[in-house]
Design a protein around this ligand. Structure first.
Ligand SMILES: [Zn+2]
Length: 363
């Protein structure tokens, strides 16, 4: 409906309203200049910051000619964006929607959201819509045998999972892998988590913190916790949620990447992360980091590698990607056989000193 109104240029923007009700001001409430369609959706400071976040941080935006995008007239702008590939169309329509919602919150509720909060919400919305479309479109490839997919070129993929029995028995784990499925690093940790969701969130936060520490710029993150979409989507509404500090930490960490993609996978495909999370129950120490696949996750890891062989056309990408990622990403590097890597991570709202032990490294 919004898109239909946009295409026909009949959104009730401020500039149009005085012709209907004289007392209404034609001025944009966000910046006090005249508000027409282009101003509302593209040129107002808030809207343009959001578009810039999108161009800086998402892969789907690389198809867009920025000069055209920021200089086209309203009709050309709409036509140009709706004639791009489907990935961009989904991003464009999702963005339009969120800009519209944010603008209306300012006009009618006098609430001003931070552009980055708007971006976070639209990004997560976009990820979930893309996932739904992907699942609907590719049932033949994905349905018969669930397979873990490697990240795209120039990205690392982090799979995370939480494990929870009760307050004193909770943990999580995660694994970073490259385009050929190669292992970069993994972790298992114990958490004080009151809920299964808390364990999941702590694992995500820990994985993101590690990625930031290792200066990983482009990250795909996979989790099976779909409820996180809702929580991260409505950051304002989760203010009083008992997990709001960690939800906000996750949202802040997401802003530290050049590009981050959030995707959802079925639990049955998230096996390696699941093994790492389960291992936390058996651990003596609070945190373990693994620079090689540990024995208890090896079967799942090799199963994923085996699964990659069944994916057509992946080999070429893998060869190219292994070289490039190896050169460009700062990841765990082998030092000596008994190296110790230390990381300092907050668990829940309680700062915890973490002892890190490292799996033995192969030369
Ligand atoms: Zn404005």
């Amino acid at each position: 409906m919004l898109l239909w109104n946009c295409c026909n240029e009949i959104i009730p923007v401020a500039q149009k309203l005085p012709s209907i009700v004289e007392s209404i001001s034609p001025i944009c409430v966000r910046c006090y200049t005249s508000e027409n369609h282009l101003h509302l959706f593209r040129d107002c400071w808030e809207s343009s910051i959001i578009w810039n976040y999108i161009f800086e941080r998402t892969k789907v935006a690389t198809v867009i000619n920025l000069h055209l995008f920021f200089n086209a007239s309203w009709r050309d702008w709409i036509t140009y964006n709706l004639n791009q590939n489907r990935a961009w169309k989904v991003m464009f329509i999702t963005s339009i929607w969120h800009v519209w919602i944010a603008r209306n919150k300012t006009v009618f509720e006098l609430k001003v959201s931070k552009p980055f909060s708007i971006y976070n919400a639209l990004f997560i919305d976009h990820a979930s819509i893309s996932y739904i479309l992907q699942v609907k479109e590719t049932p033949v490839i994905r349905a018969p045998k669930p397979t873990w997919y490697p990240p795209t070129y120039d990205y690392l993929k982090l799979n995370v999972d939480g494990s929870w029995k009760d307050l004193n028995e909770a943990g999580g784990g995660g694994v970073f892998r490259g385009v050929s499925g190669n292992w970069y690093m993994g972790f298992s940790s114990k958490y004080d988590a009151s809920l299964p969701l808390a364990a999941e969130l702590y694992a995500i936060r820990e994985g993101l913190t590690m990625a930031v520490d290792y200066d990983i710029q482009n990250l795909e993150l996979e989790t099976d916790a779909t409820i996180l979409i809702k929580l991260l989507h409505n950051l304002d509404d989760t203010y009083h949620h008992e997990l709001s500090p960690v939800i906000n930490d996750v949202a802040c960490l997401m802003s530290r990447f050049r590009s981050i993609e959030f995707t959802y996978i079925p639990r049955s495909t998230n096996k390696v992360a699941h093994c790492l999370a389960q291992y936390s129950f058996a651990m003596e120490v609070g945190h373990n980091m693994f620079l090689n696949p540990p024995p208890f996750a090896r079967v799942a890891y090799e199963g994923d590698l085996e699964g990659l062989k069944a994916i057509p056309d992946l080999n070429k990408t893998m060869e190219q990607g292994t070289q490039e990622v190896g050169e460009s990403s700062a990841v765990a590097t082998s030092t000596d056989a008994s190296a110790i890597v230390s990381t300092q991570i907050l668990f829940g709202t309680i700062p915890t000193t973490v002892t890190t032990s490292v799996a033995k490294l192969k030369k």
